[in-house]
Design a protein around this ligand. Structure first.
Ligand code: SF4
Ligand code: SF4
Length: 161
């Protein structure tokens, strides 16, 4: 699917996905984690993040204090300098990027701080983590950004028809 149409497609299917996730809540957590894990692996067999980078272009991560210290050190900045140059505090009091696309995204979609990237970037799109039940609202939101999440929800939905 073209990235341009992902957001509107996901928005139009949001109710269906919400319904699916409500049904899934009745299932055991481990069973849900297995479904997501399986579809996550299938999705990333065909989706190449280097041809996408939509998360880095449109969303950006939350950064923990540990992320700040680690990345600042890598950039040879003090944590305070790093914060002043790149971060702001959002309405939930979390550190986020001042702007997107992420300033660390290279023109060829590589992450220029890959080895020290934020934990949230390492874990994105979070569909292979345990306790998926607690991440349903995040999955709904990420389906508008990440083609893999959209595909995962769609494939699980097909299994329920
Ligand atoms: S939006 Fe999803 S598929 Fe695209 S780069 Fe990010 S994780 Fe990979
Ligand atoms: S730090 Fe790297 S992985 Fe994270 S949003 Fe920026 S470019 Fe993407």
């Amino acid at each position: 699917m073209e990235l341009e149409s992902l957001s509107s497609k996901a928005k139009s299917l949001r109710k269906e996905h919400k319904r699916l996730l409500t049904k899934l809540k009745a299932k055991k957590g481990q069973e849900i984690d297995r479904m997501f894990q399986e579809q996550h692996e299938i999705a990333f067999q065909s989706i190449d993040c280097l041809e996408c980078a939509n998360c880095c272009k449109t969303t950006g991560p939350l950064l923990t204090d540990k992320d700040v210290v680690r990345i600042a050190k890598h950039l040879k900045l003090s944590p305070q300098q790093f914060i002043e140059q790149f971060l702001r505090i959002d309405e939930d009091e979390d550190y986020v990027l001042q702007s997107v696309p992420c300033p660390f995204l290279d023109h060829d979609n590589f992450c220029s701080i890959y080895s020290v990237r934020p934990k949230a970037c390492r874990e994105y799109p979070h569909t292979d983590r345990v306790k998926q039940k607690q991440l349903f609202s995040l999955a709904l939101k990420n389906a508008e950004v990440c083609p893999a999440v959209f595909q995962i929800l769609e494939e699980i939905r097909k299994g329920f028809k």
